[in-house]
Design a protein. Structure first.
Length: 121
């Protein structure tokens, strides 16, 4: 009887195991980069991660870089610093400071916007 109980317990435990792939358990959303604009794609990222008091906004923005307006973001984008810092490239201060790296999707959108001339659209 003891062996029968152990066998049943083993079979029940084994039946509870199944193999789901990571994509099924944790589906990811596609990154839509078909219409990247400053207003819809870039400005919200700057507001959330960069352009707030104590960082890159206000009377004395960090490192003199003000990302609270299109003009400030455009200058930083066109001189190559914006993409370099968010990609955490060697020789640049990784941004957001003391935060997690932006998602690959967000970084791709910023790259596309910069690559298209960092327009105010």
């Amino acid at each position: 009887m003891k062996y029968l109980s152990a066998s049943i317990l083993f079979l029940v435990a084994l039946a509870g195991c199944y193999d789901d792939d990571k994509q099924t358990l944790y589906p990811t959303q596609a990154c839509d980069t078909s219409n990247v604009t400053y207003a819809a794609s870039i400005a919200p990222v700057m507001t959330q991660y960069c352009a707030y008091s104590g960082c890159h906004a206000g009377a004395a923005p960090a490192s003199g870089i003000d990302l609270s307006s299109y003009a400030g973001v455009q200058v930083t984008a066109l001189n190559g610093k914006l993409v370099s810092v968010i990609e955490h490239k060697s020789g640049f201060s990784a941004m957001p400071k003391n935060g997690s790296k932006l998602t690959d999707c967000t970084i791709n959108k910023i790259r596309i916007w910069v690559g298209n001339g960092a327009k105010n659209n």
